[in-house]
Design a protein. Structure first.
Ligand code: SER
Length: 343
């Protein structure tokens, strides 16, 4: 008998680590994890098996399904927006081909069971693309179907993968006599994410977590976007919570396959002001770099997540005040205790 598992790709990444912790806390899942990197030591005892490998390795994936029955897939492996701009072909391979390979595998595996395989996918604010500051000022909180005109290859990759997932779950081989594929695809569009425990690599919204972590370490920080740059954010525990809540929601209550989620919208100056409240000595200056600035300017100031609130009761645990006072500041301060700086 193959062992039934929840499969997490990109498990050693920022969202991956948070979801592994969250699923382990629930305690009722055997976790199979995959990443190019080893799993951080603190997480190793939480998973049944960790495989160090590439999602593009189809032989490895075929071997995994011969040993495990995959019930749910959290597909988190991806290159973020800035990294993707430096290597658009690689971004396409990892972000699109990687997702397509897993969808194919889920479609094939679904033939062996009577219950759908659930495929949970993190998409991004990067799927939106506002063409100019006037539009960004006018359309402050975008709905899921508005402004789907990404400026980055990462945004294009994510938008296409949302469509692929929807296609595989609703219309795959729609002209075939026997259409027995069962994939239950669900996606979230995340805003910028901020973790107290990890730092992102290669994202355009990285200035927010970088500013906070630098202040806690007593290091000066030069922010690469203007003070008035505004997008929305959410804490990492809320990102994990939203993915798990979406996965748990009864299918019949979902009116969409892709949902916005968010917590608070902040300008870069407002992030600095929050940081100064807790670290009054922090040295934060602004030296906008026009290229990442143009990407941030194309992302909406806020996301309208009312569909998620109505359909599956989405509510973040951390609003702005609690995010800083209860999650970020205590954990970040403890993390860098002993180094210079600290609150
Ligand atoms: N935080 C991501 C990035 O900046 C967006 O999803 O790439």
């Amino acid at each position: 008998m193959r062992k039934k598992v929840v499969f997490v790709t990109g498990a050693s990444g920022e969202v991956g680590q948070a979801i592994v912790k969250r699923l382990a806390e629930e305690g009722n899942h055997d976790l199979l994890t995959l990443d190019l990197q080893s799993l951080p030591e603190a997480l190793q005892s939480l998973v049944t098996t960790h495989i160090e490998g590439d999602i593009l390795n189809n032989i490895l994936l075929a071997r995994l399904v011969s040993e495990y029955e995959i019930d749910v897939i959290y597909h988190l492996a991806a290159l973020l927006s800035k990294s993707s701009e430096f290597a658009p072909d690689t971004a396409h391979e990892v972000n699109v081909e990687g997702t397509l390979g897993l969808l194919r595998l889920a479609a094939e595996q679904s033939q062996w069971r009577s219950k759908p395989i659930q495929f949970v996918f993190p998409s991004s604010v990067a799927v939106y693309g506002l063409p100019d500051p006037e539009s960004k000022g006018l359309y402050k909180r975008v709905r899921e179907w508005e402004w789907n005109q990404p400026r980055t290859i990462y945004g294009c990759n994510k938008l296409y993968c949302e469509m692929l997932g929807s296609y595989y779950s609703q219309h795959y081989r729609q002209l075939a006599a026997d259409q027995s594929v069962l994939i239950d695809f669900r996606a979230l569009r995340f805003p910028g994410l901020i973790s107290a425990f990890t730092l992102p690599t290669g994202g355009t919204s990285d200035y927010a977590p970088e500013m906070i972590h630098a202040a806690a370490q007593g290091r000066p920080y030069k922010c690469f976007v203007r003070e008035d740059s505004r997008i929305s954010f959410m804490t990492m525990p809320d990102a994990a919570k939203s993915l798990v809540r979406l996965a748990e929601a009864p299918r019949e209550e979902l009116t969409r396959q892709v949902y916005n989620v968010t917590s608070f919208s902040l300008s870069a100056a407002e992030i600095r002001d929050m940081v100064l409240k807790y670290f009054p000595e922090a040295e934060i200056t602004f030296q906008p770099d026009p290229k990442p600035q143009a990407i941030i300017d194309s992302w909406p100031a806020d996301l309208d997540d009312s569909a998620a609130q109505i359909d599956w009761g989405w509510e973040p645990t951390y609003d702005l005040e609690r995010a800083f006072s209860e999650y970020l500041i205590p954990n970040i301060t403890e993390r860098y205790a002993g180094e210079s700086g600290g609150a």
